[in-house]
Ligand binder design. Structure first.
Ligand code: PRP
Length: 214
């Protein structure tokens, strides 16, 4: 589905590199070590894309030859992985943003209702000062992400982008509508959900595949 068809604040990060990583992630024969590596590498691609919209400021430095103006990201960055599966993208994100602060959102979908249940929150109190990148490989019904975004805004976050490997259209429709001020990046946009609210075709349960708890 072409970018912009669903919502103005949706960006599909599509290209040979992200497709290659997704091919590995979707394949059910991919084992945990390779799955973890592909998720980390996809996070690198996603973070490189998502940081393109970050505000920058001009500073002066001296090169070995002269003084000149350069650009740097204008605020501190806070990465917020949604536990557990978001942790699979954290290492890649930190490789590109090593000075980032890390906040945590612990949510577990109830297997019967698919509603998110919050079990752990640890965010910087001054999160309003940060450019926030939410990390979660899967956006299915959008319940977990919507709860995460509501919590982040309660804490004062204003600049927020979300990074996902695979998103389902119904979940994207929900979060882009409920959070028009947030930008959503996904490597894949899948058509729907099955009766258990799993993304189809999807890649299964990312948390279980990352941590071998199948
Ligand atoms: C998965 C996934 C998202 C959520 C997406 O986590 O990582 O957080 O479900 O579903 P939703 O859009 O319908 O809310 P899960 O609850 O399985 O927890 P886990 O990461 O600990 O395995």
């Amino acid at each position: 589905m072409p970018e912009g068809t669903l919502a103005e604040n949706l960006r599909v990060v599509d290209g040979p590199l992200s497709r290659n990583k997704l091919a590995t992630l979707r394949d059910e024969t991919t084992g945990t070590p390779e799955f973890r590596r592909a998720m980390r590498e996809l996070a690198l691609v996603m973070v490189a894309e998502a940081t393109r919209s970050m505000p920058t400021r001009t500073v002066r430095v001296r090169t070995p030859l002269v003084e000149t103006e350069v650009e740097e990201i204008s605020g501190p960055v806070c990465l917020v992985p949604v536990l557990r599966a978001g942790l699979g993208m954290l290492d890649g994100a930190l490789a590109l943003l090593p000075e980032a602060t890390v906040g945590f959102m612990g949510l577990q979908r109830d297997e019967e209702t698919a509603e998110p249940v919050e079990y752990y929150v640890n965010l910087p109190q001054n999160i309003g000062d940060y450019l926030v990148l939410v990390l979660d490989p899967m956006l299915a019904t959008g319940g977990s992400l919507s709860a995460t975004l509501t919590k982040l805004k309660e804490y004062g976050a204003t600049w927020i982008s979300c990074l996902h490997a695979v998103s389902a259209v119904p979940g994207v429709e929900r979060v882009t509508r409920e959070h028009p001020d947030v930008t959503f990046y996904t490597a894949a946009l899948d058509p729907g959900l099955d009766e258990r609210s799993f993304i189809v075709p999807g890649l299964g349960d990312a948390g279980d595949r990352l941590y071998g708890t199948l």
